[in-house]
Write a protein that binds this ligand. Structure first.
Ligand SMILES: O=C(O)c1cc(=O)[nH]c(=O)n1[C@@H]1O[C@H](COP(=O)(O)O)[C@@H](O)[C@H]1O
Length: 234
């Protein structure tokens, strides 16, 4: 999977901004440095979903990060709706019923389903508090195996798990890793993080980066620096 990707196309910028106008301004500033955007809760719930089509028509790729999780019928219908928006990726939480419904509903469309294994803001203590007996590493592995068996296209995990998963899953499955921080950058609420170079070396196909780019004085320079780091590590 990674062999055919240009380093620039492996950076996905999370458009975590409050409204469509801010998104437009950020896209303008980033210009040609970014080819792949993610639209999640903040922008999506603020009227940003039509941007998926707009960006796709402008030649960009879009990751609809809606992290679906509901009864199977509702997930399937939601996936069918998102498939019409022109997104490349859509996230669902890695629960078997949810993944099965999403995998079936996306068949025949260009939309690829990513299963979110364990959120990168979670550590073993957080999982315990949420009632899980497995730690991060084991739960990510279990969910990755279930996702593969159910025909899911890719996984969202932290770069910390990418190395193990790369050995475990078939090469066609993509590994998409948030929890990426250039050296010295503020970690914020992320708990399982790596630098861009280390994430690529570990086996990530795509890096998702938000705040280190959005909050930079020069977001375009910050994006270019990450692309350069990806290129150097490839
Ligand atoms: O699905 C995601 O994209 C996601 C999964 C996950 O486990 N952790 C995670 O941070 N994300 C998203 O990745 C982005 C990371 O943003 P920053 O922490 O600002 O770089 C956010 O938009 C999160 O919603």
């Amino acid at each position: 999977m990674t062999a055919i990707l240009d380093p620039r196309d492996r950076l996905i910028v999370a458009l975590d901004v409050p409204d469509v106008a801010s998104a437009g301004a950020m896209i303008e500033r980033l210009g040609d440095s970014v080819t792949f955007y993610k639209i999640g809760y903040q922008l999506g719930y603020a009227g940003g979903l039509p941007l998926v089509r707009k960006l796709a028509d402008a030649g960009k790729k879009v990751f609809a990060d809606l992290k679906m999780h509901d009864i199977g019928n509702t997930v399937a219908k939601g996936v069918e709706s998102v498939a019409k928006l022109g997104a490349t990726f859509l996230t669902v939480h890695a629960y078997p019923q949810t993944m099965q419904a999403a995998a079936n509903a996306s068949k025949g469309s260009d939309l690829r389903i990513l299963a979110v294994t364990v959120l990168t803001s979670y550590d073993n203590e957080d999982l315990k508090a949420a009632g899980y007996q497995l730690g991060v590493s084991d739960l990510v592995t279990t969910r990755a195996q279930q996702a593969q068996a159910l025909g899911i296209d890719g996984l969202v995990c932290s770069p910390e798990e990418a190395g193990n998963l790369r050995k475990l899953i078939k090469p066609e499955m993509v590994l998409v890793t948030p929890g990426v921080r250039p050296a010295g950058a503020d970690i914020g609420d992320q708990k399982r993080v790596m630098t861009p170079a280390k994430a690529i070396a570990a086996g990530s196909d795509y890096l998702v980066v938000g705040r280190p780019i959005l909050a930079a004085d020069d977001p375009k320079a910050a994006a270019e620096a990450i692309v350069a780091e990806i290129a150097a590590a490839t």
